[in-house]
Design a protein around this ligand. Sequence first.
Ligand code: TLP
Length: 349
Amino acid sequence: MIDLRSDTVTRPTSAMRRAMAEAEVGDDVYGEDPTVNRLERRAAEIMGKEAAVLVPTGTMGNTIAVKLHTGHGQEVICEARSHVFNYELAMMAWFSGCLARPISSPDGILQWDQIRREIRPLGPHWAPTGLIEIEDTHNMAGGAVYPLEVIRQISDGAHELGVKVHMDGARVFNAAEALGISVREIVKPVDTVMFCLSKALGAPVGSMLAGTGEAIAQGRLYRKRLGGGMRQAGVLAAAGLIALEEHPKLLRRDHENARFLATALARIPGIGIDAPAVQTNIVIFDVSGTGLTPSEFSARLKQRDVLINGINAHQMRIVTHYDVDRAGCQQALEMIEQVAAGAVAGARA
Ligand code: TLP
């Protein structure tokens, strides 16, 4: 099977498995797991923040961040296709009592002037804005990357009004690779950043939340409330350290594979794609021109040992990662061509 459904599907490398087997561990709820402590220190250093905490999932990291920066009855400004709004089971409402204030942006990138118009003070009719959330890279906008200047404008504008900014940086290392700058520079203006070890970086489990020492100390309490206080989590942190130190350099290849796929998909009759917009490891394309729905297309690909999922009524998403090389991408492409050609010919007949 060539699995391009997500970069979450990667298996740990043999180096990761060895490190996991040999990890020095302790009880992390007592703060005594040396490998977790090392991972948290390194993550904070790399992000240029005072502290970081290991959480089991990106969803938990975002949930804790929303809770840290908001009070019940506040609004969280986010992009309309953001993960925090669409794919986290309304956790901002469930855990933090907040309402999302989604703003649509065609390319997924929010601009300060759009946000500014939606910031609300407490008033006779309004819930005040508690937090601005930005997603970099933006998953459902095809891995779109925030220009550094835009992150700065949003953060400066928000801070002037006393509003905090959280970055869902699940794939912020992909953004850094695309911009050719350090993640530290990207996340400098924001108050907290969540990034995933278990997506493009390839660890089996784990995400990190980084911010001020005070925020992260409080974040540990919310993590425990959410059931995320893990014990000998060093076995996970050991793989996470390899993901963090070694795997950012693998992302260039994933991006090249994504561009290769996007360019080739643009030539397939019935497939719609904005190929030049592909900047990182996510390729979103429209199959409606083939006459198939994404779930039909997906089922036909599965019969040909290729896994790619639909994301809505018209579009499908490919995510490249280190477990599928160029030859695998080429093979997936041939199967997509076959399915599209079969469907287009079937529609004509
Ligand atoms: N994304 C998953 C799915 O949930 C869609 C994927 O396959 O891409 N932020 C962003 C931007 C994400 O893409 C994801 C997961 C998360 C947060 C949540 O991370 P987890 O799955 O670890 O809770």
